[in-house]
Design a binder for this molecule. Structure first.
Ligand code: ADP
Length: 241
């Protein structure tokens, strides 16, 4: 049984079709990299999977249950959205901010353990606005981890990070995938990172063009070329503006 099953999902904003008949399965333990140009519908797909958008056609199941009737499952999915969702002026320390996400009656020691795991223990008393972009991303991961998630969904998490912080961030995701057995789903424009870390790849642009093993995707020159061309089109388009 797949962990997540997306079955013939289509979505429109008013009359604009954004997802068309998207189907794929995610297995427990997958580290899935989703690639596709800007506007391809990746965020919209995540929002459907997270129950933030409900008016899609088709069906999404997690552990074989329709998510429209299985809302409890959303507590077990950590989501790191694309836009920075930490208010830089929030007058809380790292430890206080992460503690806000603790379920009731849970020991505060868990927060310290998690801060150690995401390598922020020494920063625990810092005010959030004093942290670098990479450290703030790890605060968001820590906030998700206190709920003991089975899935983490990350929307272009490394877009604003320098190369060193990106590497640290991906190493952490790999550890969470391998050690904590968390299934990871992340969207990215970074083909090298997808090649390095993912075990599965999805290539989406309204429709699903590819879903399968990383090795299969990257062994096909056509796959790489098609993706590069669609990215180039977007760049050319933005230069025309
Ligand atoms: P991606 O994450 O791949 O960049 P999105 O899911 O954000 O793609 O967007 C897919 C398409 O849907 C884009 O054309 C975008 O302009 C449009 N879109 C996204 N959000 C909305 C919205 N709230 N209302 C109307 N159109 C939207």
């Amino acid at each position: 049984m797949p962990l997540v099953s997306v079955q013939s999902v289509s979505y429109k904003y008013n009359s604009e079709s954004v997802l068309e008949n998207v189907s794929f399965d995610i297995e427990e333990g997958d580290f899935l990299g989703i690639i596709g140009p800007n506007g391809a519908g990746k965020t919209t797909l995540f929002h459907c999977m997270l129950g933030l958008l409900n008016s899609y056609s088709g069906r999404i199941t997690i552990l074989n249950q329709d998510i429209k009737k299985y809302k409890k499952i959303f507590k077990k999915i950590g989501y790191i959205p694309q836009k920075k969702s930490i208010d830089q002026k929030f007058p809380l320390t790292v430890e206080e901010l992460v503690s806000l996400s603790l379920p009731r009656n849970t020991s505060k020691n868990i927060v310290l353990e998690i801060l150690k795991q995401v390598r922020l223990f020494t920063m625990k008393d810092k005010i959030i606005g004093q942290l670098s972009g990479g450290q703030q991303q790890r605060v968001l991961i820590a906030k998700a981890l206190v709920n003991n998630p089975i899935i983490l969904i990350l929307d272009e998490p490394t877009n604003e990070l320098d190369p060193k912080s990106q590497n640290d961030f991906y190493s952490l995701l790999k550890e969470l995938n391998e050690k904590n057995k968390i299934t990871i789903i992340w969207s990215s424009h970074d083909m090298d990172a997808v090649n390095k870390y993912a075990n599965k790849v999805s290539c989406i642009n309204k429709r699903m063009f590819f879903h399968g093993d990383k090795g299969e995707f990257f062994s096909s020159e056509d796959n790489i070329k098609n993706y590069s061309e669609s990215t180039m089109q977007i760049h050319m388009h933005s230069h025309d503006l």
